[in-house]
Every structure is written in C-alpha cells, then in structure tokens.
Design a protein around this ligand. Structure first.
Ligand code: 13P
Length: 251
C-alpha cells in the first residue's frame, strides 16, 4: 500500500520573517500525527531554519535543486547532495520544469541529479510533464516517456527503490488551470506502466504525485484517483491553512 505524500514547493518565495511565520503556522495547523507524509521545500538559504523549526514535527524538509557533481569541488554557487543530507534534508526535487526551461536542464542532467540524491540516501522527486503545445499536438505520453527513458541510461531498477515521480503538466503550473482528475490519472497510469515494464514491484510501490494548480478545492478529487499518490503544490503551499487543507484531503 503506497502512503500519500503532500509536498510544498516554495520556489523562490519569502524572506526570513515570512518563512518563519509560515513554518510556525504550519506546525500549528497540521495534525501532529498525520496519516500521510508531508514535506516542504524552501529556498536553500532557509533550509536550516525550516529544519530547526520543524524538528519533532512530522513535516520533512527537502531541497528544490542539487548539484550534478558528487563530492566536494570547485563548483561555485552549487550545493551538493551530501551537503543537503548533512543538514537534514530528506528529499530533493530534480528536473522541475522551471529548471528545464529557464536553466536548460536536459533529461540526462536531471537523471544525474537523481543519481546524486540516491547516492547519499536522499529521496529524489523527479518532475516530468508536457508543455501546452506538446499536449495540443498529442505528444503528452511521448514527452513523458522520453523524460523517464533517460533514467535507464544511468540507473538500474535496484537503484530506483526510493524514487518519487511528480507529473506536472507545464500548462497547469501557476496558471490556475488544473488538469482534470481524468487527464492526470491517464498520465499517472501511463507513468506506472512505463515502470511496470522494468519491474512490477517498483511500479506498484512507486509514488506518483500530481502538481499544477493543486488547491484545497480540487485536491480531494485528484488524490482519489487510483494512481495519484499525493501532490507537489506550489502557490497554495505558501498559505498554511490552504496547505493543511490539502494535506487533510490526502488523508
Ligand atoms: P502551482 O501549484 O503554483 O501551480 O505550482 C506547481 C509546481 O510547480 C510545484 O512544483
């Protein structure tokens, strides 16, 4: 039985005071023993603050990005997977569409980042999803398959035990245009079938999150779909009450 995960991607939002208030409000709003997994992904400079405030709470902390190089080295401006694990992160997002589009991250680079995370015991959240024009051209499944296929060049099925996939259609991110539960379920089932071709156990146990304008009002219907195991929430995760309501919808 897969447990659900609700994850809040705070992107490049907030300052120290606002993040502090959000963390305190989250602690107050969220149940102390939720039946779902919950995580937040602050900007890297606030990860330490989040870990301190959330200590003893059921909310885990993750990073929004990771360096593709292992170990230490002359990589100015980068944060390694080992550093993220060292300060207490549990998760790391790889291949968010904003990083693919704005920073030119390729499928192969994204998978290298997944590998770095797995190597140090972090749980990678691999984002995949099509753009609006790709959906209109009927290429959704082809695009998602291509993004997933990059995994097999660098990773074995055994490596992928803790992988989480997030399906985030680019046209639904920050637009208020949510995929319908049926549209999302179709792609989630497809993603699971791609993994099933490699390994039935991996496929059955792998969590696949939906992301793209998730809010309290649409979360329950999305999360009730057979292959949707929770959400990767952007804008709505910056409001403690709204995010808590989304977490409750997953319970
Ligand atoms: P929104 O929930 O703001 O659409 O963002 C989704 C997202 O990109 C989460 O990673």
């Amino acid at each position: 039985m897969r447990s659900k995960l609700v994850a809040g991607n705070w992107k490049m939002h907030g300052d120290r005071a606002a993040i502090g208030e959000l963390l305190t409000a989250l602690k107050a709003e969220l149940p102390s023993e939720p039946s779902v997994d919950i995580a937040v992904f602050p900007s890297s400079v606030y990860i330490n603050d989040a870990i301190k405030v959330l200590k003893g709470s059921p909310v885990a902390v993750g990073a929004q990005n990771v360096c593709e190089y292992a170990g230490e080295g002359a990589y100015t401006g980068e944060v390694s997977a080992a550093m993220l694990a060292d300060v207490g992160c549990r998760y790391v997002i790889a291949g968010h569409s904003e990083r693919r589009a704005l920073y030119g991250e390729s499928d192969a680079l994204v998978v290298t980042k997944v590998k770095r995370a797995l190597d140090v015991g972090l749980t990678p959240v691999l984002c995949v999803g099509e753009s609006e024009s790709e959906r209109e051209a009927g290429q959704t499944l082809e695009v998602v398959a291509r993004q997933l296929n990059a995994l097999w060049d660098q990773l074995s099925v055994a490596d992928l035990g803790s992988l989480i996939v997030a399906y985030e259609p680019v046209w639904a991110i920050g637009t208020g245009k949510t995929a319908t539960p049926e549209q999302a379920q179709q792609v989630h089932a497809f993603i699971r079938s791609v993994f099933a071709e490699k390994d039935a156990n991996l496929s059955n146990e792998m969590r696949i999150l939906y992301g793209g304008s998730v809010k309290a009002a649409n979360a329950a219907e999305l999360f009730s779909q057979a292959d949707i195991d929770g959400g990767l929430v952007g804008g709505a995760s910056l409001n403690a009450q709204e995010f808590s309501a989304i977490c409750r919808a997953a319970e």
